[in-house]
Design a protein around this ligand. Structure first.
Ligand SMILES: Cc1cc2nc3c(=O)[nH]c(=O)nc-3n(C[C@H](O)[C@H](O)[C@H](O)COP(=O)(O)OP(=O)(O)OC[C@H]3O[C@@H](n4cnc5c(N)ncnc54)[C@H](O)[C@@H]3O)c2cc1C
Length: 389
């Protein structure tokens, strides 16, 4: 039986980042990354909107995303002169009602204390800065002119993946179907029938995070949540809107420019949450929910055309919508990097680095992420993030 010192289940952003940072941080052992679909067609990573922001409500999320931002905004420094992920530092505009004022103020204070450039705007300031918007019903908004934006997620994954392979990680196209463990994990079984000895196993399986945790008897509430993206042409949209930030409206709808078009989506309420995480596109949400809200907020959106759309699955943590990062409480060589619920592309790099430190040193060195450990699930102590888009 072949043996690897570290076996990583899933080879997208979290799995590849773990392999990359293990090597970058000086790990000398052997690393296997098992990826069941090397086209990544249904993985979260390539279907992501590629947003990175510091407008979060927990220090852990701000730390994770700041680490990601520092690499994403300067990929040439990390990956060489040819690296390019079309990063645009365009910002997130988060709109709030009267009731959200204390939350926006508290978040902005925390974000600024951690180096973010968050500014708070009154309706009058908003109207001046974003003249194509209608801010009726808005009491306050937060926006950072620097330190946030979006990029090509597939491009980032490929840079990390190639970087990990170049540093000697072995990518194996196969599926992990079982994990053999007592007090420790000893091996994994692949769909092809092959068994690999494993010194440590990392669960980086995205929407299958819960299924892979179940292979070692752990109940991790992470699975797929269905989300819709609508691609829209709006010929009348002014340049300022095309070059402007991503907008997050008070009712959970959001949009941002994408090339010559716009992307629209929404965070469903509990009642609206799709019951089945299949790949069937549902067009009615755009007509019924997104469009009326969007053209009320940005009147030029009254005249637009949906030209395409797609379904993507969030790697959703049904417990508290935050990443689960750390070591299994009883199986000391099993690690989690799961459940990012809409913010995992920007946090995958830092997660990979953090898991590499746990494997190499048994503790975090770069940033403290203990609050994101699985222990909070058994203890029923959720760590809620107030800004989930
Ligand atoms: C529509 C959409 C928009 C998003 N927008 C953003 C955004 O703007 N900003 C942001 O930060 N995040 C965003 N996200 C979330 C982000 O994309 C994910 O959190 C992140 O990509 C998760 O990365 P991952 O590597 O953990 O999982 P994935 O990318 O899903 O990769 C997991 C991999 O594991 C493989 N796998 C699973 N099980 C097995 C097994 N048993 N054996 C072998 N391989 C296995 C899968 O094939 C897959 O390739 C968005 C997601 C979606 C769907």
């Amino acid at each position: 039986m072949k043996h690897f010192d570290v076996v990583i289940v899933g080879g997208a952003i979290v799995g590849s980042s773990t392999a990359y940072f293990l090597r970058k941080n000086g790990f000398k052992g052997s690393i296997a990354v098992i990826e069941k679909d090397p086209t990544y067609a249904k993985a979260c990573t390539p279907l992501s909107w590629g947003g990175v922001r510091k407008q979060f409500s927990t220090p852990e999320n701000i730390r994770l995303s700041t680490f990601g931002f520092n690499i994403i905004s300067d990929v040439k420094k990390e990956f060489g002169p040819e690296a390019d992920i079309s990063f645009r530092e365009t910002g997130y505009l988060v709109l709030g009602s009267e009731a959200s004022i204390p939350v926006l103020e508290e978040n902005a204070k925390l974000q600024r204390s951690m180096g973010a450039f968050t500014e708070l705007y009154s309706p009058a300031e908003l109207a001046r800065k974003f003249p194509h918007g209608n801010f009726e019903g808005i009491a306050m908004a937060s926006f950072a002119p620097k330190g946030e934006g979006w990029f090509d997620p597939y491009g980032l994954m490929n840079l990390v993946r190639k970087g990990a392979a170049a540093k000697g990680a072995t990518y194996i196209a196969d599926e992990v179907v079982a994990i053999e463990a007592g007090d420790k994990v000893s091996s994994v079984t692949l769909k092809s029938g092959e068994k690999l000895g494993a010194g440590a196993v990392v669960n980086a399986a995205g929407t299958a995070g819960g299924a892979v945790a179940a292979m070692v008897g752990f109940n991790l509430p992470v699975s797929a949540a269905k989300r819709f993206t609508y691609i829209v042409d709006c010929p009348a949209a002014p340049d300022a809107l095309r070059k402007g930030p991503a907008w997050f409206n008070t009712d959970g709808t959001y949009w941002r420019p994408e090339g010559r078009n716009f992307m629209f989506g929404f965070t469903p309420s509990e009642d609206e949450e799709p019951k089945v995480a299949d790949w069937e596109m549902e067009h009615h949400w755009f007509e019924e929910k997104i469009w009326p809200s969007a053209f009320e907020r940005v009147p030029v959106f009254e005249s637009l055309k949906v030209i395409s759309g797609y379904v993507g699955h969030y790697d959703y943590n049904w417990f508290d919508q935050n990443g689960v990062i750390g070591r299994h409480p009883a199986i000391e060589n099993f690690y989690f990097g799961n459940g990012f619920s809409g913010h995992g592309i920007q946090q995958g790099l830092a997660t990979g680095n953090a898991i590499s430190e746990l494997i190499m040193h048994g503790e975090y060195r770069t940033m403290d992420l203990k609050a994101l450990g699985v222990e909070r699930i058994a203890a029923n102590k959720p760590l809620f993030e107030k800004n989930i888009f």
